[in-house]
Design a protein around this ligand. Structure first.
Ligand SMILES: Cc1ncc(C[n+]2csc(CCOP(=O)(O)OP(=O)(O)O)c2C)c(N)n1
Ligand code: SF4
Ligand code: SF4
Ligand code: SF4
Length: 601
C-alpha cells in the first residue's frame, strides 16, 4: 500500500486542495481578505481546474451557477462583504436544483482584521436557506470541501463553507489524497427546476423547507458532527469551527458537541443529548447564531451573556467566559494585552506609490474627498487625512451625487470630489457613473478621479475587469478614458501624476470647473509591478530643511542630522527609493537629485 502523504497547509490552501481532490472543475472568486489565497492557489497550482478572479462577486457567483447547472463540481469564494454583492443571484439560486456539487466559501472576519465591517454570514446562509459547514482546522477544511460537494449533490442544494480569518491563515497538517474523476453531465434540466418564475418559485418554498428538515434529521448521523462525552461532567459545551480548537486547548473535563454543520442543526439529537446535562453552554464568535437556533427549538442554553458579541474569541477569552458562566472555577490564563512600549504603525503607501502625489495635490488644494475601497483608503489616515468618508466598494460616486443633490436643496454650490480605483470602478463603480450621466446638473461642480494603477493592489495584485488572464502577462487593457467618453461624458482627461506640476495644474483647474470632470491617473502600482528606477538622494548643502518633500509621506524620506551641518536636513534611504521623482519635483531648491547625477549620501 502506498504510504500516506502529509503536508502542512493553510486553511485556504487546504480548501483549494480539497476542491482538486473532489474532482472540482470550475472555480471563481473576487479577491478579498481572508479568502484570496484560495483562488490564487487554484490558479497557480492546479491547471486541471478552470479558475478565475471575476469582475465582482455577483459575476463570480453567476459563473459558478452556470458551471454547476452544467454538471461541474464548482467552488465560488469571496470575502464576507462579497456576499452582499452576490446576494441577488444567491437568493434565487438557492431555490433551484443544482447539478454539479456547489460550494460557496464565505470568509468572515471577526474583529475586522482587514475589513470595513464585521458581518456574520451564518445569518446570510440561513437567510438564503443554504446549509452551512464550519471547519476547525486545515484537515477539516479540505475534508469539508469534499464532503460539501458530495452532500450538495445528494440533497440537490448549494452549500456554504463558512470560514474565518484565523482558519484561512493558520496552518496545520493535512493528508493528501488522489483526485476523484468526476464527469460533467451537461445541462439538461427541466424548466420547473431552473426557470424561477411563479408558480415554480412557490413550489420551491416547500421543497427548500422539506430539504432543510430532512438535513436536520439526518445531521445527527453525520460524522462531521461529533459528540465527545465526559462521564464526570454535568456541562455540555456546543461549539464549532476554530472555537472548538481554542476550547480544546483548555483541556477541560466537559462534554463537547462539535458541530461540523451549523445550519440546519441536528436538533433532535441535540435535544436528546442536552437533556442529560445540568448546563448547556454555547461558544461561538460574533452573533449568537447557534444559541438562537437552540433556543428557538426549545433547548435551554447560555452563551453570549458570557462572551463578547464582537471580535475574535481566543483561548483566554473562552476561559474567562466559562468562569463567569460557572463552568470553571478559576481562570488561569492571562489575557494578553498589547505592550505599552510597542510603537503603533499607521498603514502607509509604499515607496513610489502612484496614489501619493494625487493625494498630495488634493491636500494642498484643501479638497475634502469622498473615498472608496482600495490602497487609496489609507488617505483617510494621518498625516494625509484627505478623505472624509469611505463606505463600501463603488459607493463613492453615488455618495458624491447624493451630496450634490442635498447641497443643491440647501442652496449651496459646494464643489465635490470623489476618488475610486480601477478595480473598484469595474467592480461596482460603473453603475454609479452611469447614474450621474442621466441626471447630472452642469451647474454643480463634481470631480471624479479614477486611480488606474493597473490592478487590484490592496488584495495582492489580482487582475481588474480590464487586465485579462491571471498568472499570464497582463494581456488586455480596457481604455477607461475611451470607455467613459463613449458613454457620453465629454470632460475626461488622462494624466501622468508623476509629472507633478502638470498633474497639479490639471487637477486644480478641474476642481474649479463647474459640471462634472473626470480625471484618470495612469501610473501603475509600484509594488506589484516591481518598479525600481534609479533612486534619488538629498544634497544636504542645498537643502533648506523646508520639509516639503517629507510631507509627501514617502517612506524613504526623513529629516536627519548631517555631520558638520547644524540644522536638520532631509535624507532619502536610497535602498528603499524606487525613483518616482515626485519628491525631487516638489523640492523648491533642487536639493533632490538622481543618484547617478551626483554623490550618494
Ligand atoms: C465587496 C468587497 N469585495 C472585496 C473587497 C476587498 N477589497 C478591498 S480593497 C480591494 C481592491 C480595490 O482595488 P482598486 O480599487 O483597484 O484599488 P487599489 O488597491 O489598486 O489601489 C478589494 C478587492 C471589499 N472590501 N469589498
Ligand atoms: S500596493 Fe501599489 S497601490 Fe498599494 S500602496 Fe503599494 S504601490 Fe500603492
Ligand atoms: S523618488 Fe522620492 S518620492 Fe519617489 S520613491 Fe524615491 S524617495 Fe519616494
Ligand atoms: S523639499 Fe528640498 S529643501 Fe525642502 S526639505 Fe526636502 S530636500 Fe530639503
Amino acid at each position: 500500500m502506498k504510504e500516506k502523504e502529509y503536508k502542512v497547509m493553510s486553511g485556504n490552501s487546504a480548501i483549494a486542495r480539497g476542491f482538486y481532490e473532489a474532482g472540482g472543475s470550475v472555480a471563481s472568486s473576487f479577491p478579498g481578505s481572508p479568502t484570496v489565497e484560495i483562488m490564487h492557489t487554484l490558479n497557480t497550482g492546479y491547471p486541471d481546474i478552470y479558475s478565475e478572479f471575476s469582475v465582482n462577486e455577483k459575476v463570480a457567483l453567476e459563473v459558478g451557477i452556470g458551471a454547476s447547472f452544467t454538471g461541474a463540481r464548482t467552488l465560488v469564494s469571496m470575502k464576507h462583504v462579497g456576499m452582499n454583492i452576490a446576494a441577488d443571484p444567491l437568493m434565487t439560486f438557492t431555490q433551484t436544483k443544482i447539478n454539479g456539487g456547489f460550494l460557496l466559501v464565505s470568509g468572515d472576519d471577526p474583529g475586522m482584521l482587514s475589513s470595513q465591517n464585521e458581518q456574520d454570514n451564518r445569518i446570510f446562509g440561513k437567510f438564503a436557506k443554504m446549509p452551512i459547514l464550519d471547519p476547525s482546522d486545515s484537515q477539516e477544511a479540505k475534508d469539508f470541501v469534499k464532503f460539501g460537494l458530495k452532500i450538495s449533490e445528494n440533497y440537490n442544494r448549494p452549500f456554504m463553507l463558512r470560514i474565518t480569518s484565523r482558519l484561512c491563515h493558520s496552518r496545520s497538517k493535512v493528508m493528501l489524497e488522489e483526485r476523484e474523476d468526476k464527469e460533467i453531465s451537461g445541462f439538461n434540466g427541466e424548466l420547473k427546476d431552473y426557470g424561477m418564475l411563479p408558480p415554480n418559485t412557490f413550489d420551491k418554498q416547500y421543497v427548500m423547507k422539506e430539504q432543510l428538515e430532512k438535513l436536520s434529521a439526518d445531521a445527527g448521523d453525520f460524522e462531521i458532527n461529533k459528540y465527545e462525552k465526559s462521564d464526570s461532567s454535568d456541562t455540555l459545551i456546543i461549539t464549532s469551527g476554530i472555537m472548538y480548537q481554542n476550547l480544546k486547548e483548555l483541556e477541560l473535563d466537559v462534554s463537547i458537541y462539535k458541530l461540523g454543520m451549523i445550519y440546519p442543526l441536528p436538533i433532535d439529537k441535540l435535544k436528546e443529548i442536552s437533556r442529560k446535562y445540568k448546563k448547556v453552554s454555547v461558544i461561538e464568535e460574533m452573533m449568537p447564531f447557534i444559541e438562537d437556533e437552540l433556543k428557538i427549538n426549545g433547548i435551554d442554553c447560555q452563551g453570549k451573556e458570557f462572551f463578547n458579541f464582537t471580535g475574535e474569541l481566543n483561548t483566554e477569552d473562552i476561559e474567562l467566559g466559562l468562569k463567569e458562566a460557572g463552568v470553571v472555577e478559576t481562570a488561569k490564563l492571562k489575557v494578553s494585552q498589547v505592550q505599552d512600549d510597542v510603537t503603533a504603525r499607521i498603514p502607509m503607501f509604499c515607496a513610489g506609490c502612484p496614489h501619493r502625489p494625487v493625494f498630495d495635490i488634493l491636500k494642498k488644494a484643501k479638497a475634502e474627498v469622498i473615498g472608496d475601497i482600495g490602497c487609496y483608503t489609507m488617505a483617510l489616515l494621518p498625516p494625509l487625512k484627505v478623505l472624509n468618508c469611505s463606505i463600501s466598494m463603488g459607493a463613492s460616486i453615488g455618495i458624491m451625487k447624493g451630496m450634490s443633490k442635498a447641497y443643491e436643496k440647501k442652496g449651496d454650490k459646494k464643489p465635490l470630489v470623489a476618488v475610486i480605483g480601477d478595480g473598484t470602478f469595474y467592480h461596482s463603480g460603473m453603475p454609479g457613473l452611469l447614474n450621474l450621466l442621466h441626471q447630472m446638473d452642469p451647474d454643480y461642480n463634481m470631480t471624479l478621479l479614477i486611480l488606474d494603477n493597473g490592478l487590484t493592489a490592496m488584495t495582492g495584485g489580482q487582475p481588474t475587469g480590464s487586465t485579462g488572464r491571471y498568472g499570464e502577462k497582463y494581456d488586455m487593457n480596457v481604455n477607461i478614458e475611451g470607455l467613459i467618453k463613449e458613454i457620453g461624458f465629454d470632460r475626461v482627461v488622462s494624466l501622468d501624476q508623476f509629472k507633478y506640476k502638470e498633474a497639479s495644474k490639471t487637477i486644480n483647474e478641474e476642481l474649479k470647473h463647474d459640471g462634472l470632470s473626470i480625471i484618470i491617473t495612469t501610473r501603475p502600482c509600484a509594488l506589484n509591478f516591481k518598479i525600481k528606477e534609479t533612486p534619488f538622494y538629498v544634497d544636504p548643502k542645498v537643502c533648506i530643511g523646508c520639509r516639503t518633500c517629507v510631507k509627501t509621506n514617502c517612506p524613504p524620506i526623513a529629516m536627519r542630522e548631517y555631520k558638520g551641518i547644524d540644522d536638520l536636513k532631509s535624507f532619502i534611504n536610497t535602498d528603499m527609493c524606487v525613483g518616482c521623482s515626485v519628491c525631487a519635483q516638489v523640492c523648491p531648491v533642487g536639493a533632490i537629485k538622481k543618484v547617478k547625477e551626483g554623490k550618494d549620501e
